[in-house]
Every structure is written in structure tokens, then in C-alpha cells.
Design a protein around this ligand. Structure first.
Ligand code: DAT
Ligand code: MG
Length: 140
């Protein structure tokens, strides 16, 4: 296993409910280190660009507008096997399918408003980190 970095987003449903700290604690308790973090407000255009891979899915408009509906906290998480570990801590996309103790099981409101995003592979992690952060902002 190698030390990896992955991109996490705490979504507007979670920032609105004041869950930023509770979610960050889940990452840290799992052994992930937060090596960059910022709270930002995305425009619908920026949110659509980030989720461009889903542009032909029926839920794309809803997803884009939701991601721009309030502040998000974007973070870079670092650790052994960080990409898979983060996905494990997040739980399944639909909270109804998420395992006990996962972020989505505890906090997500629906399949759309599901509290967190996490990169799904090494290549997307690299692209998604670069979407939000410059090298200078990553402090291991
Ligand atoms: P994940 O966020 O677990 O990687 P994904 O990449 O398949 O899931 O989808 C990206 C986001 O799109 C997901 O977090 C919430 C939204 N989404 C996915 N499937 C959906 C659906 N059936 N209805 C509404 N929103 C959906
Ligand atoms: Mg995904």
C-alpha cells in the first residue's frame, strides 16, 4: 500500500447543518490526515464543471444546483490507501445502502443530498485536487 491523497467535499446539506467538524473527525479517526482545507461557495458553472462526468445523467441539473446551493468544505485527505479508505468512511452513495458508522449512514438526507464527495480512483483524485488546490496549499 502507498500513501495517497484524495479530494473530499463536505456538501451544502452538511455545512448547513453544522456538521463540518463531525465529518472531519470521521476522517481523522480513520487515520486520514487533512493536508489542505477551505470553505468556499461554488457557482452553478463551477459545480457543473466539477461534475462534468455526470453531464448526461438525468440528475445532473439537480446535482449542479445542489452543489451551488450553499458553502462546501473542500479538503485533501492523505494516508495509506486514502482513496479507498475515504470511500469506506463515506459509505454507499445512497444512504439507504450505507453501512453502519459511515458518514452517509449517519448524516446523509437522500441519494442527492448525501453530505460528502470523495474521489473514486488515483487519476480522478489527482485531477480533482488540482481543480481546487495549488501545490502551495498542500501542507503535508
Ligand atoms: P459518489 O458520490 O458515491 O461517487 P456518483 O459518482 O455515482 O456517486 O454520483 C455523484 C453524485 O451524484 C452523488 O454523490 C449524488 C448524485 N447522484 C447519484 N446518483 C443519483 C440519483 N440516482 N439521484 C440523484 N442524485 C444522484
Ligand atoms: Mg463519484
Amino acid at each position: 500500500m502507498a500513501v495517497e491523497r484524495t479530494l473530499s467535499i463536505i456538501k451544502p446539506d452538511a455545512t448547513k447543518r453544522n456538521l463540518t467538524g463531525a465529518i472531519a473527525k470521521k476522517f481523522e479517526d480513520a487515520g486520514l490526515r487533512i493536508v489542505a482545507a477551505k470553505r468556499i461557495q461554488l457557482t452553478p458553472e463551477q459545480a457543473g464543471k466539477f461534475y462534468e462526468v455526470h453531464k448526461d445523467r438525468p440528475f445532473f441539473g439537480e446535482l449542479r444546483d445542489f452543489m451551488a446551493s450553499g458553502p462546501v468544505v473542500v479538503q485533501v485527505l492523505e494516508g495509506e490507501n486514502a482513496i479507498a479508505k475515504n470511500r469506506e468512511v463515506m459509505g454507499a452513495t445512497n444512504p439507504k445502502d450505507a453501512a453502519e458508522g459511515t458518514i452517509r449512514k449517519e448524516f446523509a438526507q437522500s441519494v442527492g443530498e448525501n453530505s460528502v464527495h470523495g474521489s473514486d480512483a488515483a487519476e480522478t483524485a489527482k485531477e480533482e485536487i488540482a481543480f481546487f488546490f495549488s501545490g502551495l496549499e498542500l501542507v503535508g
